[in-house]
Design a binder for this molecule. Structure first.
Ligand SMILES: Cc1ncc(COP(=O)(O)O)c(C=O)c1O
Length: 437
């Protein structure tokens, strides 16, 4: 299966097959990366604006923009959101914070969907009050919270997330549609929920939603999920208004093992397969088909720029210790994900046995293993590629390391879109609690 995170964690510094180093970050000139490193330092996240545009366009060429809801969790930088939304697409926000980011980036409330992820009452209340294009509910408590806070004078379109019982996703942590997953209502629970929404002043059920998981490389599970949604929609007659939209979620993967997007799962192919199925089953009465892509939009557009601190050999294995680590980019550690790592100019060379390590105080602080990076020395700049999705958003302050800055590049121009955190950022909210004794 292409587009996979490794299904199991890779152990320590063992060699990783097929791990040839890439030369530099696609779309971002080495000179620009050098300038960024010189002016704002490393580590830094660097995004290629044109690659972000290309990532959206792969979707807008296949699906009307109003039916695409970019999933904010993948990369929620305000400037990135604004850039992506400039293509006319909507945004899917799973939390109050993501909703607030979507709005702060300039996207109007009717283009934001509150996604079908677990939400507390404060989130439901705040979002309904602020206004939202669609609110998807996935648990009883959320529906009841919505009933308490919905405004009959300004009805909110509502969706129900269905748990399809389909196992799909590139890593066990990323499977969200299996029968034992915590998300959504079982199909036989949906009619009662739909009726409850229909009977609640201020809520208008319109949409059935699923999200199967992340890192899918194949349309087949989506077709199965669509069939299920159509079955459920068919059973809702008499329980409230007809279903107007089916939202098949996000999840389309990226082939991290390949150096470019050429072999990535194709949104166009996915949209065509699902539309064909919809026509076969629902004909002219077919509901709208909506998508919530995250990773497939922005993963290819970003790199982590890092400087090698020093090289060393341990137990006969060469390693490079860099100034970016798993607190900056945890995907290898969390999912065993493979990302190309290479010098900003030229190719890495030699046997694929070099480990790329971070600076924090854990042996498990690994960015990648088994790389052809002989000849790379202290002070050299490396890029960890395809880091535009689930990168910065998953960074932490472990070891009291300020989180890195983010930069947006357009050709030869670049500008910071988030500052490196300062020491004050590190202890914000703590100093006022310091005792004087
Ligand atoms: C409800 C929902 N929609 C969309 C997405 C985006 O998924 P991906 O980035 O894999 O496309 C997620 C990711 O977890 C999600 O939970």
């Amino acid at each position: 299966m292409s587009g996979r995170e490794a299904g199991t964690r890779e152990a320590g510094n063992g060699a990783e097959p097929g791990a040839a180093a890439a030369s530099h970050a696609a779309g971002i000139a080495p000179e620009v990366l050098e300038e960024v490193a010189a002016e704002i330092g490393t580590p830094a996240y660097v995004y290629d604006g044109r690659a972000l545009d290309a990532g959206v366009r792969r979707w807008t060429e296949a699906v009307p923009p109003e039916d695409i809801l970019y999933s904010v969790k993948a990369n929620s930088n305000l400037s990135v959101l604004r850039r992506l939304a400039s293509h006319g697409i909507g945004l899917e926000a799973g939390t109050w914070g993501e909703y607030a980011r979507a709005r702060r980036s300039g996207v109007p409330s009717d283009r934001v969907t509150l996604g079908g992820v677990p939400k507390d009452e404060t989130t439901v209340r705040s979002v309904l009050k602020a206004g939202v294009g669609l609110a998807v509910f996935q648990a009883e408590g959320e529906v009841e919270a919505a009933a308490r806070h919905a405004d009959p004078g300004r009805p909110t379109p509502a969706g129900v997330r269905v748990l399809p019982g389909i196992r799909a996703g590139a890593h066990p942590s990323l499977e969200t549609g299996a029968a034992d997953a915590k998300f959504g209502f079982a199909p036989d629970e949906v009619p009662a929920v739909w009726r409850r929404l229909a009977e609640t002043p201020g809520l208008e059920p319109t949409t059935l939603a699923v999200h199967l998981g992340s890192g899918l490389d194949d349309a087949a599970p989506y077709v199965t999920a669509l069939d299920l949604l159509l079955d459920v929609a068919g059973e809702l007659g008499g329980h409230g208004p007809a279903v107007r939209a089916l939202d098949v979620g996000g999840g389309l993967g990226v082939d991290y093992e390949a150096g470019d997007a050429e072999g990535d799962p194709d949104p166009g192919e996915l949209a065509r397969r699902l539309r064909r199925r919809m026509e076969e089953r629902a004909g002219e009465e077919a509901p709208r088909l909506r998508f919530e892509p995250g990773r497939s939009v922005c993963a290819r557009a970003g790199v982590v720029l890092t400087r090698v601190q020093y090289g060393r050999e341990r137990g006969g294995r060469p390693a490079l210790v860099c100034d970016a680590g798993y607190s900056d980019f945890p995907r290898h550690v969390l999912y065993g994900a493979h990302h190309d790592i290479g010098p900003i100019r030229g190719e890495g060379r030699g046997p694929a046995d070099v480990a790329v390590l971070g600076p924090t105080c854990e042996s498990g602080d690994v960015l990648g293993v088994g790389r052809s990076l002989h000849g790379v020395e202290a002070d050299d700049l490396l890029v960890v590629r395809d880091a535009g999705a689930y990168g910065f958003v998953m960074a932490s302050n472990y070891n009291s390391r300020p989180r890195p800055p983010e930069v947006l590049v357009d050709g030869d121009d670049w500008r910071p879109i988030r500052d490196r955190e300062s020491l004050d950022d590190l202890w914000r909210g703590e100093t006022k609690h310091l005792l004087d004794d």
